[in-house]
Design a protein around this ligand. Structure first.
Ligand code: 4NP
Length: 162
């Protein structure tokens, strides 16, 4: 079982959407027993709240369910998860800073590195944007989740060849 954690700032917009999209792709590929997927935020400001209703609405229109509530990233997540995916560069740098002893550095990656287009250097925070900001986030996340799924499948087939 491979464990994947998406991390953004508030855990109400970007990382829950990434979680919902990847879960759908994983289910459609029949791989749901091989992966555990979760999301968290660096802030505890929205802890226990349901996700941003704007994100839920835009995701639902594309067929993604976003149940669940916001929870903050905790240090033990470094140990628990195999892959910790930062939604933008600030999140990436903050996670690296939390990992003071550089023990988990190979697990911490950027979501945008799975994106097929070089137009953005991170997934933009939609919190203060209008509808188009949420649509853009979903566009980038759908593309990046496809890239991530390809990478996961190719890592897995290499593992089985060994
Ligand atoms: P997210 O968006 O990191 O994609 O969940 C945000 C949500 C809330 C805040 C910032 C970003 N906030 O400052 O409350």
């Amino acid at each position: 079982m491979k464990k994947i954690l998406f991390v953004c700032l508030g855990n109400i917009c970007r990382s829950p959407a990434a979680e919902g999209i990847l879960k759908k792709y994983i289910n459609e590929s029949g791989l749901e027993n091989e992966y555990q997927i979760d999301s968290a935020g660096l802030l505890d400001y929205h802890e226990g709240e349901t996700y941003d209703p704007r994100m839920i609405k835009h995701a639902q229109k594309r067929g993604y369910d976003l149940p669940g509530t916001s929870r903050p990233f905790v240090f033990s997540d470094f140990e628990k998860y195999d892959l910790i995916i930062a939604l933008d560069n600030e999140i990436f740098n903050s996670l690296k800073a939390l990992d003071k002893k550089n023990k988990y550095s190979t697990k911490i990656v950027k979501m945008i590195d799975f994106y097929s287009n070089k137009k953005f250097d991170g997934v933009p925070d939609p919190y203060y944007s209008g509808a188009s900001g949420f649509e853009l986030v979903l566009d980038i996340l759908e593309d990046s989740c496809q890239g991530l799924l390809k990478k996961l499948s190719s890592d897995d087939s290499t593992k089985h060849q060994k």
